[in-house]
Design a protein around this ligand. Structure first.
Ligand code: COA
Length: 532
């Protein structure tokens, strides 16, 4: 056995300080999540209930198996924008009749459930997750369609919504639409492009144009029911496959549809799992509030992998990056974790080798990020740091095994790329509240701007305004700091959610299970040319 030993002093002041800082950040996170849960606020929630309707999250709760978890995705979408946190849609992975499905429920209490640019990005991400991991899709529809004031941002790219649905279907992934209310104009293609459609009697409204538009266009007098009611679509147009008596009946029918999909996962069965030997609660006290202070990622690994059992690979070489093998909830994984922030040539080469080994055996990879990027300076440039970093980025980019990324701390510069940041398509990417990500640190970025400004003034033969420089630096530092924080980045859909470190094992286990709905990937066919 290769059980990790922990040096974490859980009785010491450093641990207490780290824990307190993390708990404070988690309290802020809870407050932001509460905004997403509150949707359009009490006035609209009350109005919705008075109409005898269930809220988006209540619909999801009744759809999934009793007491099963729902892995909500991108709950902070639209954070820091003019739109409501959560972006008027709830997305996630839930288990329906024993089948892991991607579920997307529009929130009709937020501007009639209409789609703004962030709703669109969040929905695209959910559909990408469904396609990549072969998860059936269930849309719970009640939406005012495009958010009209921002239509220019969504009308053209938003067409992908319908393209994605039919591509899922073509890939053998069933799509189901349960229509609870409005689903008009472009929105009509949500049921239109789905494999199975359920409409709620006297509630569903599915038409290309409503009565006023029809009157304007053709002069014809009509009403909602004859144009697009459930009864009409179930009996006359044939767009509805099932008519539900009410919302709960629609959810029941949705469950029956999934039960009859005869769905089988095509990936690996997990091995028997053991809990870690150390308490997951202690994950609160590992990351220092000041990210310049390094921490040992083995303390994290010891609290998330089965039995804290970790076979470290190449422990004596490139020790600023920890690599090794473990299982998590019974799924074999390879782990790459930053140890001291900076990546040198040796670490980059070690990573490239390790990624190839994982591809040889079809083992998924988990990247635990806490990196300030690749080492700079004449010695390192001369030593070929660009070539070595390129080697690691080549390996990450062309690796075919599933990747999972957790940003625990710093994620700066090309370190974000080499450690499988968002642009490198990890199957899932989650962030801890302690994370910070930017092209470089705020002080460094402001300093670079200052040096560039000073040199430009010199070149023009002008005096440099030191006071203005100090003001600029302070302003830039504040701006970059704010833009580096997890809520801001999550708001822009640069991750799949900010999670409590204590939930990491559970969240990663749910992801690994979902990933194994799809067949295991073939070993890498080849890499780009490795620049040696
Ligand atoms: N874009 C922007 N805002 C919208 C919107 C849209 N597509 N649909 C609704 N809203 C806003 C409303 O203006 C209202 O805002 P307010 O409360 O600040 O006045 C709020 O969302 C709630 O709308 P309301 O009409 O009161 O809710 P409802 O539940 O009674 O009706 C709809 C919901 C969706 C049926 C109705 O709002 C509607 O028909 N919207 C337009 C649908 C449409 O034609 N969309 C274009 C399709 S591409």
């Amino acid at each position: 056995m290769t059980v990790l030993t922990s040096a974490l002093d859980t009785a010491g002041p450093a641990y207490a300080a780290r824990r307190a800082a993390m708990l404070a950040k988690l309290a802020e996170l809870d407050a932001e999540h509460a905004k997403a849960v509150a949707g359009g606020g009490p006035k609209y929630v009350e109005r919705h209930r008075k109409r005898g309707k269930l809220l988006a999250r209540e619909r999801i709760e009744l759809l999934i198996d009793p007491d099963s978890p729902f892995l909500e995705l991108s709950p902070l979408a639209a954070w820091g924008t003019d739109f409501t946190v959560g972006a008027s849609v709830v997305t996630g992975i839930g288990v329906v009749e024993g089948v892991e499905c991607v579920i997307a429920a529009s929130d009709p209490t937020v501007r009639g459930g209409s789609s703004n640019p962030w709703t669109m990005r969040k929905s695209f991400r959910a559909s990408e997750i469904a396609l990549r991991n072969r998860l059936p899709v269930i849309n719970l529809v009640e939406s005012g369609g495009a958010d009209l004031p921002t239509q220019k941002e969504i009308f053209i790219p938003g067409g992908r919504t319908f393209r994605d649905l039919t591509r899922l279907s073509a890939a053998g992934i069933p799509t189901i639409a349960l229509v609870f209310g409005n689903s008009t104009a472009g929105g009509a293609y949500l049921p239109g492009m789905s494999d199975y459609v359920v409409m709620v009697k006297e509630r569903a409204k599915v038409f290309l144009g409503g009565p006023p538009l029809v009157k304007m266009a053709t002069g014809e007098e009509s009403d909602d029911e004859s144009l697009g009611g459930a009864e009409m679509h179930a009996r006359t147009s044939g767009l509805a496959d099932y008519m539900a008596a009410d919302e709960r009946d629609a959810l029941r029918i949705g469950r029956r549809i999934v039960a009859r999909l005869n769905w089988r996962k095509q990936g690996r069965e997990p091995l028997p799992a053991r809990p870690p030997a150390y308490d997951e609660e202690e994950l609160l006290g590992i990351v220092p509030e000041d990210l310049k202070v390094p921490f040992d990622p083995r303390e994290v690994i010891a609290r998330i992998v089965d039995g804290s059992d970790f076979d470290e690979f190449k422990p004596l070489y490139g020790d600023s990056l920890v690599t090794g093998w473990a299982t998590l909830h019974g799924y074999p994984i390879g782990i790459l974790a930053n140890a001291r922030g900076v990546l040198f040539g040796a670490e980059a080469q070690k990573a490239a080798q390790f990624i190839q080994l994982a591809n040889q055996t079809g083992t998924p990879l988990l990247f635990l990020q806490n990196t300030t990027g690749y080492m700079v300076g004449a010695e390192y440039e001369q030593g070929g740091i660009i070539k070595h970093g390129a080697m690691m980025i080549n390996a990450v980019s062309n690796s075919r095994v599933p990747h999972l990324t957790v940003v625990m701390g710093a994620s700066y510069g090309a370190g974000n790329y080499g450690m499988c940041g968002r642009a490198y398509d990890p199957r899932f990417l989650f962030t801890w509240p302690s994370a910070k990500s930017a092209v470089m640190g705020p002080a460094q970025l402001a300093g670079v701007l200052s040096i560039v400004g000073r040199q430009a003034a010199q070149a023009r033969g002008q005096d440099y305004d030191e006071e203005a420089d100090a003001r600029m630096r302070e302003m830039v530092e504040r701006q970059i700091e704010a833009e580096s924080l997890p809520f801001f980045l999550s708001g822009r859909l640069y991750d799949d959610g900010v999670i409590d470190p204590r939930d990491s094992r559970t969240v990663l286990g749910l992801c690994l299970s979902a990933i194994n709905s799809a067949p295991a990937d073939e070993p890498a066919q080849g890499y780009g040319v490795f620049r040696m």
